[in-house]
Design a protein around this ligand. Structure first.
Ligand code: ZN
Length: 260
């Protein structure tokens, strides 16, 4: 059994407002499993808003969370069903840190998207924490969540892309607030028209504030910047530049070889 002190420390380390750790175990080859419990004793009915204390059913399941060091972390959470005291219908509670029907926490999804931007879907999935299907689901959820978001204080915009696993040459464009290092939009593809539509929806006051746009070397993006952001300077993304240079060197080397 975990001591009171262990529990307190683990709850603090976990750092999720709504839940506390009630026990922990370590499975070799699997990771750390933290059993958790909600701090709140009630939930609000989504139909009528009544605060309900009447527990109807427990629904315990396991979700993945951010790893601790190199150990994967799993949370056993209880998404309780309450019975509304007013409309008398059962409802399942909302949890701040994990969406319904998902096998991972919101913060794991956010971190995974950042990792995918630095690497690619396959290399992130190969670490064994999340699968390619989960990553694509994360991108889709994030894309829906970010729709209609207006980045009011955007100064430096990054336009990046992620190669999707399905379909050949299928990419989605990702718009990033570089200063806040935050993803601000994930678009269904990387076509100029799709990106233009999102940028236009932000409106001129937002676009005129952008001072710098960091893009990869795909020329289509540059055209958009010149067309829509009057005050922005285009800088090539260093990472992409390096990749491009290496590719060019490779091609040169191959040509050299063929000559011999
Ligand atoms: Zn109700």
């Amino acid at each position: 059994m975990a001591s009171k002190r262990d529990i307190k420390v683990l709850t603090e380390l976990l750092d999720l407002d709504d839940i506390k750790v009630i026990s922990h175990r370590l499975h070799n080859g699997i990771g750390i499993i933290l059993q958790t419990e909600s701090k709140k004793l009630y939930s609000n009915c989504p139909r009528c808003g009544t605060k309900s204390h009447k527990l109807h059913q427990n629904h315990r399941h396991i979700v993945k969370d951010l790893p601790f060091g190199e150990k994967p972390v799993f949370l056993e959470v209880n998404r309780r069903q309450f019975k509304c005291e007013t409309c008398e219908k059962p409802f399942s509670e909302e949890l701040d840190f994990v969406r319904k029907k998902r096998t991972y926490t919101k913060r794991l999804a956010n971190q995974t998207i950042k990792d995918v931007l630095k690497n690619d879907i396959h290399s992130v999935a190969s670490k064994g924490i999340v699968t390619t299907e989960e990553i694509e689901r994360m991108l889709k959820d994030a894309s829906e969540e970010l729709t209609n978001l207006k980045p009011l204080n955007l100064k430096r915009l990054g336009i990046d892309e992620i190669a999707l696993t399905k379909g050949h040459g299928n990419y989605c464009a990702v718009l990033i607030d570089i200063d806040a290092s935050k993803v601000i939009a994930i678009l269904s593809d990387r076509k100029q028209d799709t990106i233009r539509k999102t940028l236009r929806e932000w409106g001129l006051p937002v676009l005129a504030q952008i001072k710098e746009v960091s893009i990869d070397l795909w020329h289509g993006y540059k055209t958009l910047v010149t067309e829509l952001m009057p005050n922005a300077q285009v800088v090539a993304d260093r990472f992409h530049v390096m990749k491009q240079i290496n590719q060019e060197l490779d091609t040169e080397r191959k040509k050299e070889k063929q000559k011999v």
